[in-house]
Write a protein that binds this ligand. Sequence first.
Ligand code: PEP
Ligand code: MN
Length: 250
Amino acid sequence: MFRLIAGPCTVESREQTLTTARAVAAGGAVMLRGGAWKPRTSPHSFQGLGHAGLRILAEARAETGLPIVTELTDVREIDAVLEVADVIQVGARNMSNSALLTEIGRSGRPALLKRGAAATIDDLLAAADYILAEGNEDVTLCERGIRTFETSTRFTLDVAAVPVLKERTRLPVIVDPSHAAGRRELVRPLALAAVAAGADGLIVEVHPNPAEALCDGPQALTTAEFAAFADDVYALAAAVAPAPSLAAAA
Ligand code: PEP
Ligand code: MN
């Protein structure tokens, strides 16, 4: 089944997170995303609420029933994250952090592994192997844009990664159009391209007031526009013939 995951980039406050969680639940998301620890480029940028952020996510799950995907940035916090995360996210910056991958593998918790901005598809699959090698087979791969010479988008969405990964692995493949786009106007077309290419799901950022967001505001869909976006995504997903994985057919 097609999976639409949505929520704020970062848990900033109880109100911001609960407002977003209610909106994405009403709009048809099946999982809530939100970071408690953020791997920011600059140490002077907001780093997330940490444990307090996890508690807010737990509250959002209790209220909406949506399972939670949240990022583990530091292996020392794995026990805390395991208390709240239904799915543990490995961010692009940590894709090659083998110690982190191994511990997530040992935990047995489902993982969402994002492709590094400078990682090849082979690199991504090798990183997934660290989790799989521990006997944890519940790994979802995520294409989120790669670094190229093009500067008009934040990253270049590698749409071809979707069918290529589907040839190479049975693992589900989802796409994050938000980080690839870098700005809200481009999220919908990239999302639809990903669905048309056969993605098993999407993960998108949503904020009640993106102008005030502490992280990634320009690329966040508003809570007000999320339901229409979700309708379009689900309609296309239903129209795209379920492409059987070539690996599965082999
Ligand atoms: C995120 O999902 O908010 C995030 C930081 O993404 P990425 O690791 O792909 O940059
Ligand atoms: Mn983000």
